[in-house]
Structure formats: C-alpha cells, structure tokens
Design a protein around this ligand. Structure first.
Ligand SMILES: Nc1ncnc2c1ncn2[C@@H]1O[C@H](COP(=O)(O)OP(=O)(O)OP(=O)(O)O)[C@@H](O)[C@H]1O
Length: 252
C-alpha cells in the first residue's frame, strides 16, 4: 500500500459568498496519478490550486476544513508557502516558457533558490530535460530561445522547469488541452514514466486521457466530489448515476 501524500478532509472553498468547493474529502497517494474530472466550472482547477496554495493570491478566497501534506496542515498559519511550492510543482494549461533560452528556463528556479555552481546547474538542466523526455531534441541548442520550440516541446520544457527544483508532487492543469494528438500522447507517456518518482494530480477534460494515465479518478460536480475510485472502476462500473451519465457523455 503506498503512503498517503496529500489528504483533504471536508475542504470547502469560497470566492466571496460563492462556495466553489463543498466539503471535499480526498486522499492522494504517493507515486500515484489522480485525475480530477467533471464538467466546466465544477471546481477541479480550484481544488488543484489549493494543493500548493495558489488560490492565496485571490483576495476574496477563503478556505475551511483541512488539507494535509504528509500529515502537515497546508493551511496552518505557520506553513511555509515557499517551501510548500518547492515540494509541489505546477504545470499549466498552455505552455508558458519564459522568453529566455531553453537552458535558462530550466536553470531559472534552481538559481532563484540559490544554486550558483555552473557544473551543478548543467547537471540539473540535463537531468530535468531527460526526465521530461526532451533532452535528445534540444541538447544541441540549449542556448536557443525556448519560444522557438513547438507547442508540445514547450510543454515538455515547462515540465522540465517544474522538475528542476526536485518537487515531490506535480500538479497538472489540463496540460495537453493546447496540444496536437501526437504531442498529447507524448505527454501522457511522460506522465506514466514520471509517476515512478512523483505523485501526480491532473485536471483533464479528456476522459480517455484520465483512463489512460491515472490510477485513481475523482469526479466533481458543481463543487461536490461525487465519487472517487480506481480509474478502472470509475470508467467501467461507477457507483453513482451522475458519474455514469458524465462518463457516457450524457452531459458535460
Ligand atoms: N477567482 C475567482 N473568483 C470568483 N469565482 C471563481 C474564481 N475562479 C473560479 N471561480 C468560480 O468557481 C467555480 C469553479 O471554477 P474552476 O475554475 O475551479 O472550475 P473547473 O472545474 O476547473 O472549470 P474548467 O473545467 O472550465 O476549467 C466556477 O463557478 C468559477 O466561475
């Protein structure tokens, strides 16, 4: 049995008076891929953003209930948010490399965290690009602009950038929605590789993708967590009629 990495217990989130998450209880285990699915506006991204306290920047937002990372309360006033975000990396929907070289994109965060040694930075860049399955395509042009890469390569670069500070958890918010089918499959293959080392939580609109890459799937509907189970069970034998209606395409 793998160990519990992140656990939400009765987690509610409000944007002003609007309740976007309603008492969500969900356990995410180490080195598993958890997919969050559900129709637009159901709270998937909101939930994902709680996991590294990205919602903090929204002034109207407040959270109730409990969210723990390896047993420690993420929303406790003493929680070191910078340290948390180092352990919980994020990859966004559209590839968003910095307008810098490929090398500098990956070296950026380690430098920010104080790594100055060039040989060590070289090693981090190479390892991260290899882990993101991009090294072979870019090793001869590390000093070229990142924005000259294809969309799929840019997204793998963003994954390498997230890996460069050696996180334990990777949050992915619809990481392939801006990509073509071939690049999408590459990222999915990569996710399956990465889960050997990382705990991954992915928001996706694509149910085939959830079925292909995840171990567990959580179905959200208007702020509620309707059902969570092994991915195979969710897609073959869901317990809740609303889950069945959604995965069979009856709504959403
Ligand atoms: N900054 C915000 N201020 C106010 N309401 C917000 C904010 N962000 C999201 N919401 C609302 O919270 C609800 C959940 O939004 P969220 O983006 O988490 O849904 P989602 O399931 O990820 O949707 P999508 O699949 O379309 O990205 C929606 O009703 C949305 O309008």
């Amino acid at each position: 049995m793998s160990k519990v990495k992140i656990m939400a217990e009765d987690l509610s989130l409000f944007y002003g008076d609007f309740q976007a998450l309603k008492k969500i209880s969900l356990t995410m285990k180490e080195k598993e891929v958890t997919a969050l699915i559900g129709p637009s506006g159901c709270g998937k991204s909101t939930f994902l953003r709680c996991l590294n306290r990205m919602n903090d920047i929204i002034p109207t937002c407040h959270v109730e209930g409990k969210l723990t990372f390896e047993g420690e309360d993420i929303y406790h006033p003493d929680c070191d948010v910078v340290a948390l975000r180092k352990r919980v990396g994020m990859v966004f929907q559209a590839p968003n490399p910095f307008p810098k070289s490929i090398y500098e994109n990956v070296a950026y965060a380690p430098k920010l965290h104080g790594t100055k040694d060039r040989a060590l930075l070289d090693e981090i860049v190479e390892t991260s690009l290899k882990q993101a399955a991009l090294w072979d395509e870019v090793k001869d042009r590390l000093n070229k602009p990142a924005l000259g890469l294809s969309g799929g390569q840019q997204q793998r670069l963003c994954i390498a950038r997230a890996l460069a500070i050696k996180p334990e958890v990777l949050l992915m918010d619809e990481p392939t929605s801006a990509l073509d089918p071939i690049s999408t499959l590459k990222i999915e293959e990569l996710i399956r590789e990465l889960k050997q080392h990382y705990t991954i939580i992915i928001v996706t609109h694509n149910m085939q993708q959830a079925a292909r890459v995840s171990d567990r799937t959580a179905f959200f509907l208007v702020g509620d967590l309707v059902e969570v189970d092994d991915t195979e069970v969710i897609f073959t034998n869901p317990k809740d009629q609303r889950t069945e209606d959604y995965i069979t395409g009856r709504f959403g």
